[in-house]
Design a binder for this molecule. Structure first.
Ligand SMILES: Nc1nc2c(ncn2[C@@H]2O[C@H](COP(=O)(O)OP(=O)(O)OP(=O)(O)O)[C@@H](O)[C@H]2O)c(=O)[nH]1
Ligand SMILES: [Mg+2]
Length: 260
């Protein structure tokens, strides 16, 4: 049985979390567990998560972060803990239901059948899409950022570099040396996928529909989006010389030097 940990960061998601858990456990995957990484949400999300832990037979875990809140930092803490808890696969998934649990089954299937290191839930491959009610300028900006701007700068054949819905093989994720990732905003996802591409990872894209959140408030803003657009250049310069030989494993000292 594959042990699958869904890592989901939360900040004020008390209304979404029970729906997320219900959707994920309805997939009926016996190896699936959820790790909620909460940033001390004032609305009591962590307490809701604890209640879900009881309801779902301890298959929900709660990591309560203290100190300054951070989106990327929450994911990284969650990835490390999931790896420590023995996950074979790690799912990166927002809690606001824009990442729909029903798509996860196809993503897992693609990863396993195609032997991918990572599968992205993609809005911009055939069969995928964004909320039908998005105004035209939002559709345009998202399409432009993902299909023109980012792939042109980074020269990568990926259709949805900013999608934060992904399934990683734990071993591949840990080999990336996530301590190296420097972005702390939501652009960390672009940074990771570019580094993965440069290191020769097998990257798949499985179509998803991306509806807007129904409950709670977005933490995105236009200044965050503009910062992300500029940071793509920084990512290019940081990683363009990265090669498959630089996977973390290969940095490890030979056994003879470890003194074991
Ligand atoms: N732990 C933690 N979670 C966060 C933080 N900021 C956002 N999140 C969570 O990250 C996920 C995505 O946040 P959203 O506010 O929906 O941002 P987004 O999905 O990039 O933007 P939208 O397009 O508006 O949905 C949600 O599950 C949030 O609760 C944070 O600072 N800490
Ligand atoms: Mg969202």
């Amino acid at each position: 049985m594959q042990k699958i940990f869904v890592v989901s960061p939360t900040y004020n998601e008390r209304d979404n979390l029970p729906r997320l858990a219900a959707g994920l456990f309805a997939l009926d995957n016996p190896g699936l567990e959820i790790l909620v990484v909460d940033d001390n949400s004032p609305d009591g999300t962590a307490e809701v998560a604890e209640e879900l832990r009881e309801k779902y037979d301890e298959k929900v875990h709660v990591l309560r972060r203290k100190g300054p809140r951070g989106f990327a930092a929450s994911y990284f803490d969650g990835f490390r803990l999931a790896a420590k808890m023995g996950a074979d696969l790690i799912v990166q998934m927002d809690a606001d239901l824009s990442h729909m649990p029903r798509h996860l089954a196809e993503m897992l299937d693609m990863l396993n059948r195609g032997n991918y290191d990572v599968v992205i839930g993609s809005r911009y491959v055939s069969g995928g899409g964004v909320d039908v009610d998005w105004p035209w300028h939002r559709k345009f900006l998202s399409g432009f950022a993902n299909q023109v701007y980012t792939p042109a700068i980074l020269s990568i054949p990926i259709h949805d570099t900013t999608s934060g819905f992904r399934v990683w093989r734990t071993e591949s994720l840990m080999d990336m040396d996530i301590d190296r990732v420097q972005s702390n905003g939501y652009v960390f996802g672009v940074e990771m996928i570019y580094a993965a591409y440069r290191m020769g990872y097998r990257i798949g894209e499985s179509p998803i529909y991306f509806p807007d959140r129904q409950y709670g408030n977005s933490k995105m803003s236009s200044s965050i989006a503009i910062e992300a657009a500029l940071r793509v250049w920084q990512i290019l310069f940081r990683y363009r010389r990265l090669t498959p030989a630089m996977r973390k494993k290969r940095f490890a000292p030979p056994v003879s030097e470890t003194g074991l």
